[in-house]
Design a protein. Structure first.
Length: 341
């Protein structure tokens, strides 16, 4: 545990200041829902998702007028160990692709009318190799979290979070192994599509990283600094900032959930303003979501990253909200309700 003067102390203080949901706003949504031209509960989870939006925005009429998709990009020293099917040079190339509008996430955001921002977290400067030492020191970790917090400073009423970083499924697996224990190989998947030899290298890298940092992994923030990466730290900061600003969050897949898992380990209620956008094809994601108490909105076999699943789910949330906001009431439409009135 770090002392009160450490940079991590500021993060703990902010977690202690997190607001809770607004039950009156959620109740107002339920009351309006009962008047709409449909059987009660006919839209299933779409109805409870609108209640969730209202509760965390603190508004009886929730909005998604300024939805934002944020992708954080980082590089990892551990990639030199052959843990990915792609070289680290892809990080810079994909940033160029995002800027040119050529990635899948560009098309999804355009289709659903979502704002899109990409943050280059020094992709040309990899973090430390977690098998040999910390990825980040404490000060660097907190500074990166603070950068993630500033990512939503321009304002948004709904945030989808994702990442891009060759090798980051390895560091995410290391985070899960440190938080939840068990055989490190259990948390390792194929990521971008490594072969059997690559999968074995990933598992060995996670084992070695845990051994290297043994005795320093009882604190979730130490887990983040030692085993994580800049994009994971930045996403953790963005999740925290969104909570403080009453912005609901949609999480992407396996790597984005690792950022959320750090906050959950610090405070179990820290993710109450979050939903899981989708269930990743990365094997252990389902178990992680269950541990975090998050039910994915979509399950499409996706494993792309770059906030693609979260953005699709945010588009679905826009549809759910449009139904709640714009559907006619029984009185407006002249349609009889269940009681015949």
């Amino acid at each position: 545990m770090t002392d009160a003067a450490s940079p991590f102390a500021d993060i703990r203080r902010l977690i202690g200041e997190m607001p809770g949901p607004d039950p009156d706003a959620a109740a107002a949504v339920r009351a309006r829902d009962a008047t709409l031209t449909k059987p009660p509960g006919a839209l299933g989870r779409l109805e409870t998702l609108v209640e969730w939006l209202a509760a965390w925005q603190g508004k009886e009429r929730p909005s998604l007028d300024r939805p934002l998709v944020c992708v954080f990009a980082g590089s990892h020293g551990v990639t030199a160990r052959g843990v990915s099917a792609f070289p680290a040079a892809v990080n810079r190339q994909m940033l160029d692709n995002f800027a040119a509008g050529g990635a899948a996430i560009n098309q999804i955001c355009a289709a659903y009318g979502l704002g899109f921002k990409v943050f280059d977290l020094a992709v040309d400067v990899p973090t430390g190799d977690i098998c040999e030492g910390p990825a980040l020191d404490e000060r660097g970790c907190v500074a990166t979290m603070a950068f993630g917090m500033e990512a939503i400073a321009a304002g948004t009423d709904g945030l989808a979070l994702g990442e891009m970083g060759i090798g980051n499924t390895t560091v995410a697996a290391a985070i899960y192994a440190a938080l939840y224990g068990g055989d490190p190989a259990h948390w390792v998947g194929r990521g971008t599509g490594v072969d059997e030899a690559g999968l074995a290298r990933k598992a060995e890298a996670v084992r070695l990283a845990l051994a290297t940092h043994a005795g320093h992994l009882d604190d979730p923030l130490e887990v983040l600094a030692r085993l994580g990466g800049r994009e994971i730290a930045a996403m953790a900061g963005a999740i925290l900032a969104a909570r403080l600003q009453r912005v609901p969050v949609v999480l992407d897949g396996y790597v984005a959930t690792a950022a959320a898992a750090i906050l959950h380990a610090l405070e179990p209620s820290a993710l109450d303003h979050c939903v899981a956008g989708h269930l990743s094809a990365e094997g252990a994601h389902a178990e992680v979501l269950e541990r975090l108490g998050l039910q994915p909105i979509l399950s499409l076999g996706m494993r792309l990253g770059e906030a693609s699943g979260a953005a699709l789910a945010l588009g679905l949330l826009k549809g759910a909200l449009a139904c709640h906001r714009d559907m006619a009431t029984f009185a407006q439409a002249g349609v009889s309700g269940q009681d015949g009135v």
